[in-house]
Design a protein. Sequence first.
Length: 191
Amino acid sequence: MRFVPNVISALRIAITPVVVLCLLQDAAWARLFACLFFLIGAGSDYVDGVVARLMHAQSRLGRFLDPLADKVLVLGTFCGLAWVYPATIPWWAVALIALRDISVTGLRMRAESRGRSVRTWRVAKSKTALQLIFLAAALLLRLGEIGTGRIGEWSTRVLDGTGLFWILMAVVAVTLVTGLGYMIRTEYEAS
């Protein structure tokens, strides 16, 4: 049973292409499924942590796989949204998030190759939650866009406006600051 949290993390990775493929479709069913599968993936992030603690099933593989699964889901969804809404979610912002995540994953891999592990920083967990909330909101707005009346109009206005862009800039800033924190902390611990 110790493998259950890792299976949940692996499923989060496996669900990501479904989210992205649905996100790239314009049909109402695809927007709905993109939203639902993303919410399932995002929720599994919480579930695998709870299961690991309850079952005392925390492992080195889990400490690596869980944040990797988060990064795959987050970056995949950001890429899909950048493809659909490049003015609101510009590629350069997604690239900065990806650069941070690749750097932190590289730190983890280097530590693992030396028999050590880089524990997830509590602030970085908040960063992931912030990213997941932002992405869920964007997907819900995308779903709302197909609605008639005020919901459809409001969703379209928010997606086409600058407010979501500036919220994304805050998400990018938090993401970069936590990445810098990992670099400093890992360098300090290696000394």
